[in-house]
Design a protein around this ligand. Structure first.
Ligand SMILES: Cc1ncc(COP(=O)(O)O)c(C=O)c1O
Length: 304
């Protein structure tokens, strides 16, 4: 694996070395969190490296930009091609890809209207997001509420949203846990700082519905699609906080987190420590992203 400084990046249709690209200290998106981004993974498969659900990620990137009135001058197809080129150039296998749309201008003024917009893509080799992903993580319910869509749209993957996530993650750290679960402003379960959440109750999966101030996760959507194959019903609804404490199993999901079991919330251990349903879904998900399930090969974009 080469050092980050040596990696190639894609920036406004040009390829540069990571260390050869700089933004100024007064960059609008650095100062005010006005960037838009995506988090995408590629996996090594028997037929070569493939990006998982690339089209959906780029669509969400473009939609996030739309919400913030940002016009980007690249088509979905051009961005997808750039992602594939970058993976090939950096000779990546299991990688994390970060497209980032930002105001490439330095100004104190808040209103970015008319400022230059750039798209940068960085891709690096990456393993598990959580160290103890397989054995499961300990969570707390954060005292910080998830942003409300009357204040900041959680469905846009905008940099500024993550200041809210960071408060919750830091709180988890200071309280000796691995991660936080966030409630929304109405006190119902929303999501993790960078993950959606699923509860297992009996033989059913429950996940907060889209009115819970969540990011509409692509992994969440994958799980909803594939659960039927395992004869597991998925219910999307409002979830009470106390249901976290009475669930049989719990897990986070996300592109970075993949499927990460949660073993306790606020020091209350989950009921079924064998986590049979979480393990079943996790195995199936990992087979799908590795191209081992014929039916879902269309979710993979081979880099070639
Ligand atoms: C706040 C938040 N929720 C949920 C997710 C999971 O989304 P996805 O599965 O599309 O990666 C992410 C990760 O992108 C996130 O940042």
């Amino acid at each position: 694996m080469q050092a980050l400084e040596e990696e190639y990046i894609w920036i406004d249709n040009e390829i540069k070395r990571y260390s050869d690209y700089k933004v100024g200290l007064l960059n609008h998106s650095l100062q005010y969190g006005s960037g838009i981004f995506e988090g995408i993974r590629s996996y090594a498969t028997e037929d070569g490296v493939a990006v998982f659900r690339l089209g959906e990620h780029i669509e969400r990137l473009i939609n996030s930009a739309r919400i913030y009135h940002i016009n980007i001058s690249y088509t979905k197809e051009q961005i997808e091609a750039a992602v594939k080129d970058l993976i090939r150039l950096n000779k990546l296998n299991d990688s994390y890809i970060r497209p980032f749309i930002f105001y490439n201008s330095e100004s104190i003024g808040l209103n970015p209207y008319g400022k230059k917009v750039s798209l940068a893509i960085v891709a690096i080799e990456m393993g598990s997001y959580f160290k103890n992903k397989d054995s499961g993580i300990r969570c707390i319910v954060s005292s910080w509420r998830r942003i409300d869509n009357s204040i900041l749209p959680p469905m846009a993957k905008a940099s500024g949203n993550y200041i809210n996530s960071i408060l919750a993650s830091l709180e988890a750290h200071y309280r000796g846990a691995d991660e936080a679960v966030m409630l929304n402003s109405r006190g119902y379960v929303s999501e993790g700082p960078g993950e959606n959440i699923f509860l297992v109750k009996g033989d059913k999966l429950i996940t907060p519905s889209l009115d819970s101030n969540i990011l509409e996760g692509i992994t969440r959507d994958t799980i909803i699609k594939i659960a039927k194959d395992l004869d597991i019903e998925v219910i999307e609804r409002v979830v009470n906080r106390e249901e976290l404490y009475t669930a049989d199993e719990l897990f986070f999901c996300g592109t970075a987190a993949e499927i990460t079991p949660i073993i306790s919330v606020d020091d209350i251990e989950i009921k079924n420590k064998d986590m049979p349903i979480t393990k079943k879904i996790s195995k199936y998900y990992s087979d799908i992203v590795r191209g081992k399930v014929e039916k879902y090969k269309s979710m993979l974009t081979y880099v070639g």
